[in-house]
Design a protein around this ligand. Structure first.
Ligand code: SF4
Length: 342
C-alpha cells in the first residue's frame, strides 16, 4: 500500500523531493505538496467511501503514485492486483487498454479511467479488423499480442504476452509459426533472443511502435558510454534491437527496477519512460541516475483532479464498457498467457 489516509504535506514531500526529471514537470517543493493536499484528502476519503482501489502505472506522475495510489507497477503487475482486489471499483491511472485488461479480468467490477486521452501510440497502431485480415493471410500462425493492445485486438489473438514474459511465453507456444503484434521493436528483439538461444521459430511481426521507446538510438547509447564509462545502461524491449543489444540489461519496467535495486554499479542510465527514473529516485535515492529519459504524453495525462472527478461523478466516457463476447474472447487470450508463463 502506498497511500495513507492521513498523509501530510511533509510526508509527501519527503517521498518526492529527490525526483528531478522531465524539466520542471516532476519537480516538487513543500509548498506544492501543501497545495495538493486538500485534493489528495478528498480523493482518499471518497476512495474509502466508495470501496475503490487506485492502481497506478509506474509511468504516471509521481504525485499520484505516492499520494493516492494503492499499488504501483507495470501493466502485468497491476492486472494481477486487479484480480486480487476486493474493492468494487477500480480506478486505473494509466492508459485505456490497461483499464480494459482490468475489466476483462473483473467483468463485475466498475473500472474507471481518469485520463482524458483514450489511446496510446502503440496500442492504436493496430485494430481488430486488421488482425482479422492478417489471420486470413497467415492461417497457420499463432497470433501473439503484446499486452499493450486494445480489448478487441486481444479478442482476435490467441495468446497475450508482456514485456516481462514475452520470450518465455513464445518459446512455450506449441507452434513454430508465430505472428507477433503490434510492436515491431519487440518482434525484432524476440527474433534476436531466439537466435542467441538457437530456438527455431518462424516469427512474423507487425510494424507498430511506441513513441517513447523508439526515441532511443544506438548513437545515444554509444555517446553515453563515452560520457559515463562507469554507468550501466538498462533498456526496455520496446527499444530498438541495436539499443537493447548494447545495453547491460533489458527487461520490463519491474525487471529493470529489480535489476537496479540489486546491482551495485556507480551510475545507471535508464532507457525508458521517465516514471521509472522517478520511482528510483523516490524509492532508492542512493542510486545515481545519469543521462536522459522520455515522457509519455498518454500516461502523464492522468491528473489528481480527474481522479476526483471520476470517483465523484463518473460518466460513461470514464467507464470501461466492453461487450460480453469481447470480454470472453480477450480473457481466453490472457489466460493462455497465464498458462504458458507459469
Ligand atoms: S510508453 Fe506510452 S506510448 Fe509507449 S506503449 Fe506505454 S503508454 Fe503507449
Amino acid at each position: 500500500m502506498l497511500a495513507t489516509k492521513n498523509i501530510t504535506a511533509e510526508e509527501l514531500y519527503k517521498k518526492l523531493k529527490n525526483i528531478k526529471i522531465g524539466g520542471t514537470f516532476c519537480h516538487f517543493s513543500l509548498k506544492k505538496c501543501q497545495q495538493m493536499l486538500p485534493l489528495i484528502h478528498e480523493i482518499l476519503e471518497l476512495k474509502e467511501k466508495k470501496n475503490a482501489i487506485i492502481l497506478t502505472h509506474t509511468y504516471v506522475s509521481p504525485e499520484i503514485i505516492y499520494s493516492v495510489g494503492d499499488f504501483v507497477g507495470d501493466s502485468f503487475e497491476l492486472s494481477k492486483k486487479a484480480m486480487e482486489t476486493r474493492a468494487t471499483t477500480i480506478v486505473f491511472t494509466a492508459v485505456r487498454f490497461m483499464g480494459e485488461t482490468a475489466k476483462i479480468l473483473n467483468p463485475d467490477k466498475e473500472v474507471l479511467i481518469p485520463s482524458n486521452y483514450n489511446g496510446c501510440d502503440l496500442a492504436d497502431d493496430i485494430t481488430a479488423e486488421k488482425v482479422r485480415e492478417l489471420k486470413k493471410q497467415f492461417p497457420d500462425y499463432t497470433f501473439v499480442c503484446y499486452i499493450n493492445t486494445t480489448a478487441p485486438v486481444k479478442a482476435e489473438c490467441d495468446v497475450c504476452v508482456t514485456s516481462g514474459n514475452v520470450y518465455k511465453v513464445v518459446e512455450r507456444i506449441p507452434n513454430d509459426k508465430i505472428y507477433f503484434l503490434p510492436d515491431e521493436m519487440m518482434g525484432l528483439n524476440l527474433i534476436e533472443e531466439f537466435k542467441k538461444k538457437d530456438i527455431k521459430k518462424d516469427i512474423k511481426f507487425y510494424t507498430g511502435s511506441c513513441c517513447v521507446h523508439k526515441e532511443y538510438t544506438l548513437e545515444d547509447v554509444l555517446r553515453d558510454r563515452i560520457h559515463y564509462p562507469k554507468a550501466q545502461i538498462i533498456s526496455h524491449p520496446e527499444c530498438k534491437p541495436e539499443v537493447c543489444q548494447n545495453s547491460d540489461f533489458v527487461g520490463s519496467t519491474s525487471q529493470m527496477l529489480n535489476y537496479l535495486k540489486d546491482t551495485s554499479a556507480e551510475q545507471f542510465i535508464v532507457l525508458t519512460e521517465c516514471g521509472l527514473s522517478a520511482r528510483v529516485k523516490a524509492e532508492h535515492p542512493d542510486k545515481n541516475l545519469v543521462g536522459m529519459c522520455t515522457l509519455c504524453p498518454f500516461m502523464k495525462a492522468n491528473r489528481l483532479e480527474d481522479i476526483l472527478r471520476v470517483l465523484k461523478n463518473p460518466t460513461n466516457q470514464d467507464r470501461v464498457i466492453l461487450d460480453k463476447t469481447t470480454i470472453e474472447k480477450a480473457r481466453r487470450c490472457l489466460e493462455k498467457m497465464f498458462e504458458y508463463s507459469k
